[in-house]
Design a protein around this ligand. Structure first.
Ligand SMILES: Cc1ncc(COP(=O)(O)O)c(C=O)c1O
Length: 406
């Protein structure tokens, strides 16, 4: 007889499979024919013996494949060893960590920083340490799962405002004596940007902190990696696994906030520190991205090219101007079907389904990077147009798509 847990697992997996929501990992290999110079070839990988162009990664500047950064990681490991060996409050905090924290403060204008092994742990640690059952927190409807999980753990009362709506945010701030408003700079699944300056003004008016998850904005396009950031944003979470092409994250804010987190954030106190080699790598990646503004420029050009070609082919995008270009299909199974057909043409695009996005808004999440070659972008759009008409997805206008799914 099967145990209670075996029965539960089997039933839940069965239900997910029926709804097209089962998640499975795919083992990807390196395309050894690839030129490792990030600026001359589109990102590719091999799956089951076949090469695919990757339109699914958050490596927006192509930094994960830059030889100088591989060298920086190697040098970091030779200098400090391959791991940190302890939590930061024991012996896991080194001058490599301090140097990265200082650099991040210089880039954003914040007083102090605290490093985490991932953006997910930075967000959950921040939320559950900063807030408690006495706080009311106002957050955009589409903030990341790590923020929601952390807020749930904190016991704070959560009030959600309509996505990117200043009116809705203001209504909640006026009605509740909120401690903070939380949003993302660039939304991970929609690719649109929050009105940070206006939200900041609202927060000042209502004596609430503005907390911004800058995972998809930091180091890419005109995000908040400038000395003005701290004037608008009280707490900024930046991650290294996206535009910086490596791993880890930081919470940036006042010295008082960071001291408070050092003494109270359980994820920080009871976890092995980010390796110093990874800290050295992230520092080198920030320096590299600053020294190579042409990568941001190339990314912008690739985004423009993709959008123009989609417009010409009537491929219905959501209207984003960033590297994240969603195409809403609605039904989860049909979204998988479209992604499969694109794969048959050698193009790998993420099929994003609930609960990552709201029910009825399953989508392709196409991401562009500075490393994509123009001919691969053109091939991606041509295949998209063909596959969408093949499977009967209506080619609607941008405006319709935006209205329906907000
Ligand atoms: C908006 C946002 N915040 C935080 C995270 C978590 O960052 P990390 O991948 O470093 O854990 C993600 C990652 O998907 C994200 O999209």
């Amino acid at each position: 007889m099967s145990s209670l847990l075996e029965t539960k697992i089997a039933a839940r997996q069965h239900a997910l499979r029926e709804q097209g929501l089962l998640r499975q990992r795919k083992v990807l290999g390196v395309d050894h024919t690839l030129n490792t110079n990030a600026s001359t070839s589109s990102p590719r990988f091999v799956f089951e013996g076949r090469a695919y162009v990757n339109f699914s990664s958050n490596d927006y500047l192509g930094l994960s494949r830059v030889p100088e950064l591989a060298e920086a990681l190697h040098l970091g490991a030779q200098t400090y060893g391959v791991g940190s060996g302890a939590s930061p409050l024991v012996t896991g905090y080194s001058d490599a960590h301090l140097a990265l924290e200082r650099k991040l403060c210089d880039l954003t204008g914040h007083e102090a920083a605290l490093l985490f092994c991932s953006g997910f742990s930075a967000n959950t640690a921040l939320m559950k340490t900063l807030f408690d059952q006495h706080d009311i927190v106002v957050a955009d409807k589409l903030v990341h799962a790590s923020i929601i999980d952390g807020l749930q753990d904190s016991g704070a009362q959560l009030k959600r405002f309509l996505h990117n709506s200043l009116e809705s945010a203001e209504r909640l701030l006026a009605r509740h004596h909120a401690s903070a408003l939380i949003t993302e700079s660039v939304f991970s699944m929609d690719g649109d940007c929050a009105p940070i300056a206006q939200l900041s003004a609202l927060c000042r008016q209502h004596h609430a902190w503005l907390v911004v998850d800058d995972a998809h904005g930091f180091a890419v396009l005109d995000g908040y990696h400038n000395a003005e950031a701290a004037k608008l944003i009280d707490v900024q979470v930046v991650t290294f696994g996206k535009a910086l092409g490596c791993q880890g994250a930081a919470v940036l804010g006042s010295q008082a906030l960071i001291d408070f987190l050092v003494s109270n954030a359980r994820e920080y106190i009871y976890s092995t520190a980010l390796s110093p080699a990874n800290a050295a790598l992230a520092l080198a990646a920030t320096q590299y991205s600053t020294a190579h503004p042409e990568l941001q420029q190339q990314l912008l050009e690739n985004i423009k090219l993709f959008k123009r070609l989609c417009r010409e082919a009537n491929v219905p995008l959501l209207g984003s101007d960033t590297a994240i270009q969603p195409l809403i299909i609605g039904d989860a199974l049909q979204t998988l079907q479209v992604a499969e057909k694109l794969r048959a043409a050698g193009i790998w695009v993420g099929a994003i389904r609930p609960p990552t996005v709201p029910v009825g808004s399953a989508r392709l999440r196409i991401t562009l990077t500075a490393a994509h070659a123009a001919e691969d972008i053109a091939a991606c759009v041509a295949q998209l147009a063909q596959v969408l008409s093949l499977v009967g997805v209506p080619l609607v206008t941008e405006r319709q798509a935006t209205d329906e799914h907000r």
